[in-house]
Write a protein that binds this ligand. Structure first.
Ligand code: GAL
Length: 729
């Protein structure tokens, strides 16, 4: 008996051990028409985008914990190729680009990851995520059936997948990654370019599937998705979307929680009621996965924002604000909604809904499972009136444009328009940090400076800078004969400059003579202004500045930046002189950049002016100050309202581009009703104010004492107006 007992415990133990081994090997992520299935269980998955380089590694644990507390199951991120491979073959997976560390932080919090490898990402990110060198690969053409492009895309995609595999980060390996994405919103591009787009789709789909990640691939905003890839929806609303094949789950990869801010535009926001309404409308109509884009938007540090005049702040009106604080009422309202959806999960993943009308503009969606689980959604689509609806002899009051969740088909636990949270009044409080400024002013260069080169005619900017710098100088001479009439009658000639973008500063004989700039809608610009010329040789120095590379559009790699002409001078004795085709000299970048003024070492070497000599309102000025970290806790920002346009560094780290002088156009910043279809133009704030005046300074970039702040100011500003502020509730 004892022997038999021993044998049977032995057998049980072996079976147990085997089952453990097997379950760790056979842990699977699959799907059916209802949901993603993790280890045999259908799941309603709530996800949020947090892009790792848009915050610092020191911020990640707190952001992810807040996401978890907010009711999220999954963190979604793109992978940012140009951050990881800035030079071909030289990789960077450090600091803000430590992708493995980020994924492990998510794993430690017990959440899943959706990895959107792309490698095209769009994302208001410089060049849509592609490294600049990619544009210069011979024979390349982006995002189409093009040999050189496919080689590079496959090489990077494989590298990322292998990196994830070797760190055992895919779910079947015991890791948190439950799905991946290849490409991004390729549907509209494929539609435009036709056949080569279709064969590119075939190629990248099978390339991705062939990488055997063990978890599903998804493709967003594209209909002709080959099996087993899942087609998903992006947008402000997705309730009407269904995947093309009935056996795939209904997924929403980008629930836009707000919208991005552009320099020159007002700041968009999206009311919590409408955001919640859109999500519940999706879930009541069989949606089983949704991802907030963005859950935390963060900051476009450095020169990482794209050439769409995207602001440095990527706050996005997300549930966690740029600084990582909960934005109320959005964060708390969504948290309650997530709880209610989870209470309904058992019914949602087991049954199909029955839908019936409850009256004009109102509807019930009921999920009644065989197990007895039941969940109901009562919706009022009317944008003006409340509805009193009868659901199984009980009356429910539904505000306009709202849905109630009854996770047991009896009790309303949540209504999308009944917001119990108060809006948080975020404040920016001054903190005690004194800046003692020093300044260094650049001169416009001349054609004989050592690092210039000369060509006939005007050249496209990015081909010359290769995005090493935002700045390209275009330098030329104009010879004025002493018999020109304007020298006597005082009618200065008119200089006209056509540029493909993005901003332009004009200097004549070293004197500032005007600025011009484009906008997101139209990056092109034309400068027209009268200029002071003298008899003899006149130096025309044009500083063209790029706001980054485009991130979207068919073959956006071919878009131009910089002064392409014509450049003309009107009002001379001979009429109009065309300067376009004459000899131009070029200089990439600024003198201060060559001297590395923004770095700790470089900034100490030059002749900085101090005290009363510190230049104010001078264009092309560098400013430097040393300061101690404030004792007060909380996230920090620089109030830059007294400045014009340029870039900021702290201890050598780039905070980003500042442009408070770009005032948000428009006058439609009044109140906005949550009810009715939302668009990014519907709810706006900040009209008539700088689009962005606060610039996030991550705490982890500061030492207790002796921090160095460096600012390059293009247009001229007053550094004495800059202050450090603390974001607080
Ligand atoms: C989507 C795109 C995202 C982002 C978003 C706007 O179409 O997939 O990457 O650009 O638009 O914020």
């Amino acid at each position: 008996m004892g022997f038999i007992w021993k044998i049977s415990t032995w057998v049980v133990s072996i079976v147990f051990i085997l089952s453990c081994i097997c379950s760790s090997v056979t842990a699977t992520v699959t799907y059916d028409d209802k949901a993603i299935i993790i280890n045999g269980q259908r799941r309603i998955l709530i996800s949020g985008s947090i892009h790792y380089p848009r915050s610092t590694p020191e911020m990640w644990p707190d952001l992810i914990q807040k996401a978890k507390d907010g009711g999220l199951d999954v963190i979604q991120t793109y992978v940012f190729w140009n951050g990881h491979e800035p030079t071909r073959g030289k990789f960077n997976f450090e600091g803000r680009y430590d992708l493995v560390r980020f994924i492990k932080v998510v794993q430690q919090a017990g959440l899943y990851v959706h990895l959107r490898i792309g490698p095209y990402v769009c994302a208001e990110w410089n060049f849509g995520g592609f490294p600049t060198w990619l544009k210069f690969v011979p024979g390349i053409s982006f995002r189409t059936d093009n040999g050189p492009f496919k080689v590079e895309m496959q090489r990077f995609t494989e590298r990322i997948v292998n990196m994830m595999k070797s760190n055992r980060l895919f779910e079947p390996q015991g890791g948190p990654i439950i799905m991946s994405q290849i490409e991004n919103e390729y549907g509209p591009i494929e539609w435009e370019i036709g056949a080569p787009g279709k064969s590119y789709t075939k190629w990248f789909s099978s390339m991705a599937v062939g990488l055997n990640t063990g978890v599903p691939w998804i493709m967003c905003k594209q209909e002709d998705v080959p099996d087993p890839i899942i087609d998903t929806c992006n947008g402000f609303y997705c309730e009407g979307f269904f995947p093309k094949k009935w056996y795939k789950p209904k997924m929403w990869t980008e629930v836009w929680t707000g919208w991005y801010t552009e320099f020159g535009g007002p700041v968009p926001y999206r009311p919590a009621e409408d955001l919640a309404f859109s999500v519940v409308r999706f879930v009541q109509n069989r949606g089983s996965f949704f991802n907030y884009y963005m859950y935390h938007g963060g900051t476009n540090f450095g020169r990482e924002s794209s050439g769409l005049f995207i602001a440095t702040s990527y706050d996005y009106d997300a549930p966690l604000d740029e600084y990582g604080l909960q934005r109320e009422p959005k964060y708390g309202h969504l948290r309650l909604m997530h709880r209610a959806i989870k209470q309904a999960e058992a019914a949602l993943v087991s049954a199909y809904p029955t839908v019936w009308s409850l009256g004009k503009n109102s509807e019930a969606h009921e999920y009644r499972a065989k197990s007895g689980a039941c969940a109901a959604f009562l919706a009022n689509y009317d944008t003006r009136s409340w509805a009193k609806v009868d659901y199984f002899n009980k009356l429910y009051d539904l505000p306009p444009w709202s849905i109630s969740i009854l996770p047991d088909c009896k009790n309303e636990v949540f209504n999308t328009a009944k917001v119990g949270f108060h809006g948080s009044h975020m404040k920016m409080l001054p903190v005690s940090a004194a800046f003692h400024w020093q300044s260094f002013t650049e001169e416009a260069p001349t054609a004989d400076d050592g690092d210039t080169f000369t060509k006939w005619g005007l050249y496209e900017q990015l081909n010359l800078t290769r995005d090493y710098s935002d700045y390209l100088w275009y330098l030329t001479d104009v010879n004025i004969a002493s018999n020109e009439w304007f020298l006597k009658n005082g009618k200065d000639p008119i200089l006209t400059i056509a540029s493909a973008g993005h901003t332009l500063q004009v200097f004549v004989n070293g004197q500032p003579s005007g600025i011009a700039y484009g906008s997101l809608e139209n990056p092109k610009l034309t400068f027209t202004g009268s200029v002071k010329l003298r008899a003899g040789i006149n130096r025309i120095s044009l500083l063209s500045s790029s706001m980054g590379l485009s991130n979207v559009g068919v073959h956006y790699e071919t878009y131009s930046t910089g002064i392409l002409g014509p450049v003309t001078l009107k009002g001379l004795n001979g009429g109009t002189r065309d300067l376009t085709k004459q000899k131009w000299s070029y200089k990439v970048g600024l003198k201060g950049q060559t001297m590395s003024l923004h770095t700790l070492g470089g900034s100490s070497s030059s002749n900085w002016l101090e005290g009363s000599l510190v230049g104010q309102k001078h264009p092309l000025s560098w400013y430097k100050a040393t300061f101690n970290a404030p004792r007060e806790s909380g996230p920090l920002a620089l109030d830059m309202s007294s400045m014009g346009k340029g870039q900021i560094w702290i201890n050598g780290e780039s905070v980003g581009r500042h442009w408070p002088a770009y005032i948000a156009r428009g006058s439609n910043c009044g109140t906005c009703s949550y009810a009715g279809t939302y668009t990014e133009k519907k709810c706006l704030s900040n009209c008539g104010q700088p689009s962005q005046k606060w610039y996030h300074v991550p705490r982890s970039w500061l030492k207790p004492t002796g921090n160095q702040l460096v600012i390059f100011e293009e247009w001229g500003g007053n550094p004495f107006g800059i202050s450090l502020v603390r974001r607080t509730l």
